[in-house]
Design a protein around this ligand. Structure first.
Ligand code: 1SD
Ligand code: ZN
Length: 262
């Protein structure tokens, strides 16, 4: 008798078996962003202006390893940063940031060694509500590029010390800490690509306004090496590229000039 079993939990290895909209959806993420096809929505950009970042300098977070990623979550009942403007209608409150290595998005076919996702929820909604609305979440993606030069001020300095404690999967949050999240921002946070897509993990709900930063962060060789030592499961945690099927926009600030079609 040959017996079938089932998987208790999803895994990247069995991506083709992810449920429902993960397979059937047409607005899935991540995608390869073709920069030459990315257009400015001048009308929209004109209305909401640059991205506005409030409260990112001083964020109380708790780190954890959920077996799929390392994650730093905002501690409930402490002030949470808020992003607005750009492609967003209204405010979005920061929930958590986590890491993917390799990157999930590609830019002009190029994948980066790391992608940081800063997950935000439409202010005032519960997670359950947000997962049912096309505008429920906004995720900022920042690429990380390994840089072997002599720069001593690296973006990941604040989050590296806890990583050895996160090597093995643990459900409990460890080491609450106040960090300056602006250090994790792209060197030019007003230059980005934006499109409507999905969560990159099951159940892949198509509720995300993606804001993928154009300019990468620099991380050091030794920081990247340390990230490669994290336990399997929380590494190689990137979903394969999905069909683009849609227009990708770029921010006004990423253009040196704008040509209006006649
Ligand atoms: O993979 C994360 C997942 O862990 C969870 O944080 C979710 C937000 O509820 O977001 C996805 S992702 O699309 O930001 N990769
Ligand atoms: Zn992610």
């Amino acid at each position: 008798l040959i017996c079938l079993t089932y998987q208790a939990e999803w895994s990247y290895k069995y991506e083709t078996q992810w449920p429902g909209v993960c397979r059937a959806g047409e607005l899935q993420s991540p995608i390869n962003i073709m920069t030459r096809s990315a257009v400015v929505d001048y009308h929209e950009a004109h209305i909401r202006g640059p991205l506005g970042f409030r409260g990112y300098g001083d964020v109380k977070v708790a780190a954890s390893n959920n077996g799929h990623t390392l994650k730093w979550s905002n501690i409930p009942d402490t002030p949470a940063p808020i992003v607005s403007g750009g492609p967003l209608r209204g405010n979005y409150t920061f929930l958590q940031f986590h890491l993917h290595w390799l990157s999930e998005h590609a830019i002009d076919g190029m994948k980066y060694p790391l992608e940081i996702h800063m997950v935000h929820i439409k202010t005032g909604l519960s997670v359950e509500e947000a997962l049912k609305r096309p505008d429920g979440l906004a995720v900022m993606g920042v690429m990380g590029m390994v840089h072997s030069g002599g720069n001593s001020e690296y973006a990941l300095d604040q989050i590296m010390p806890v990583i050895p404690d996160l090597m093995d999967r643990t459900e409990k949050d460890i080491e609450e800490k106040t960090i300056d999240m602006t250090r994790l921002f792209s060197p030019d946070p007003q230059s980005y690509y934006t499109y409507h897509g999905s969560l990159t993990t099951p159940n892949c709900q198509e509720v995300v306004t993606w804001i993928v930063m154009d300019k990468p962060l620099m991380i050091s060789d030794s920081q990247y090496k340390m990230l490669l030592e994290v336990n399997v499961g929380a590494r190689n945690n990137y979903r394969s590229l999905q069909a683009t099927n849609r227009v990708v926009y770029r921010s006004v600030a990423s253009c040196s000039a704008i040509i209006m079609p006649s």
